[in-house]
Design a protein around this ligand. Sequence first.
Ligand SMILES: *Cc1c(COP(=O)(O)O)cnc(C)c1O
Length: 746
Amino acid sequence: MIKQELEHILDTDMRTVSVDKLYEAVLEIAQNRIAKVPAVTGERSVYYMSAEFLIGKLLSNNLMNLGIYDEVRDVLAANGRDISEVEDYEPEPSLGNGGLGRLAACFMDSIATLGLNGQGLGLVYHYGLFRQVFRNRLQAEEKDTWLDKPGWLRKTDFTVPVQIGDVAVTGRMYEIDVLGYNGEKAPLRLFDLESIDDSIITEGIRFDERAVDKNLTLFLYPDDSTEEGLRLRFAQQYFMVSGGLAWILEEHKDHLDRLDSYATIQINDTHPSMVIVLLLKALLADGIAFDRAVEIISNTCAYTNHTILAEALEKWPLAYFEAVDASLVPLLHQLQDLAAARSNDARTAVIDHEGRVHMASLAIHFSKSTNGVAALHTEILKNSELKPFFDMYPDRFNNKTNGITFRRWLQHTNRPLTEFIETRIGDGFKQDAMELLKLERFVDDEASLQELLTIKHTKKEDLAAYIEKTEGISVNADAIFDIQIKRLHEYKRQQMNLLYAIHMYHEIKAGYVPTRPLTMFFGSKAAPAYTIAKDIIHALLTLSKVIADDELVSQYLQIVFVENYNVSKAEMLIPACDISEQISLASKEASGTGNMKFMLNGALTLGTMDGANVEISELVGDENIYIFGESSDTIIEHYAKADYVSRDYYEKSPQIKQAVDFINGPLMLASGTKENLDRLHHELISKDWFMTLIDLEAYIATKNTMIADYEDRMTWAKKTLINIARAGFFSSDRTIAEYNRDIWKV
Ligand SMILES: *Cc1c(COP(=O)(O)O)cnc(C)c1O
């Protein structure tokens, strides 16, 4: 049937047709089938509101969930075409930035798979976050033209007028169906600006930030380093929430006075949190009394906190509200009065003394639930960051440890490993991830362990071939693959990994050559205005060249910085990983989900006791994970006392000093840019806000132990097997079942 359908759509020889036509035909086949898949219905529903949905490519995932992947692949192969041609041609939707957006995508997959009546609400971004390119070993930003090719977005008839100050615009809703594993689908509904005009983009990702009628949905997170950029970001959030809320009100127009019996709005981070005040305005306009309106809102909304970094908890000046929709200002004051009546602790104010609206405070006071995203993170929220709120609303605080969808991060990305599991324990784990525990029966089975090592090696060869093809760099699949891929941020401490590489460089120069080469992979975008993050990228790219140019060192050490890290690249890198770098400063990484993907694919974690690493280490036990560094309690205490002095660490350890000074030493300056390297060097010894140097020596020692342990291949394989077997807890099906049980109840 597939063969006939393909031939019918193509109406030409499959063997010679261009890849774009072939892609469109396969897309059509999938879309026709998805159209017939039933959407879940029900009385109660959940709306997952999020500024990001980092869904990744959808074609092969959807073919797989439709159960026709193998057939399509075979039909193509019989006609001399490789399905990977089509897979490579598909553009990756650029609708997110990092873990938070990827989490929202995994949640949509699990909502569909569990058959819950839920949907995602967000925005279309025509040029995404940005496409990262390296020029002179520096990050430059280009627009990401993912919408140029036909894809999954479907236009709807639903439009909303949105008034932004004195500018009137129209939002239109688009849809993408997210297919679950069990033959149901969940809609992702994204709003776009009808009057979008990309001709205002002048260069790279620069454009007129004041022209909101033209620019609102051009890019995700416009530059927040300027007043104009901040105002645009605010307008963008207002537009997102206006669209999403209009849709919710449309679906519930018959019973707005009982909305709380029918809906939950899950607010993903603070970006959509102004839905609270917009909903208040709408309910009042519907004739509902103020007190009841606040009650409805407080029973309908739920808030997920994703960070304890103070600078990431949004505070919007009242003046911004005033400029966009002045009628919201008195409502915000009324909400502030309510909050003040409940507590006179200034830390829980909705509006502070400078007239700024604390969006997290708004979300916590006027919602039924506040959750953190890993056990440690939730404890830190309760005991320090949000303690005054926890004291007020102890019953509202709860933890929902993040998860990942195994459909994408195991079945799709790692077929050989999936088959390895299936042949040993059947395929029940696809429905119930905890069944992976059955794999532990094979922990002493040499043949199984040997096969695991072989699978890993195959995946490393695949990655090596991919890197050769896409980056033009040759890598040795027999090296240890050590991978750190995630957004560039000082708290994630890519700079500490940089210092490890420099340390190893010196060791090799001093004659201590390692048994086996180490290849360090990085993949990471830096926010365009985050100067030090860009300096770290520059230092890594420069060091990569210094090492590659050194005849001795390059035999043992290599740094590969993959350009434009995204979901597709993650899918290539993760299955090939030996050492998973999860080295954030303890207390700073809310959860992490990359750590879970690596564990599931048989990498061992090198990490701090932070975020979900804590739960990973409890699950696998000390002997199956490599933990180092100061505890979150110690770190929190250092911040409280302000007693961390990086220069002390630099001066007291010759090893640290030598590594840090290499950054802007003559070899690096020969290939790098002085301004960037000097600034990073200065930052590390004079500020180092995220305490790189506090853990550096412990990090080096633990990584060296890990590298030595790698040589006992059987013991290493045993550890990876235990990691895979115990990863079931991190299925997003479990996370979503918990959200539904405790908060959504759909
Ligand atoms: C999983 C994922 C992330 C999150 O990684 P962390 O290590 O948890 O920060 C970011 N980006 C992409 C593309 C991902 O797939």
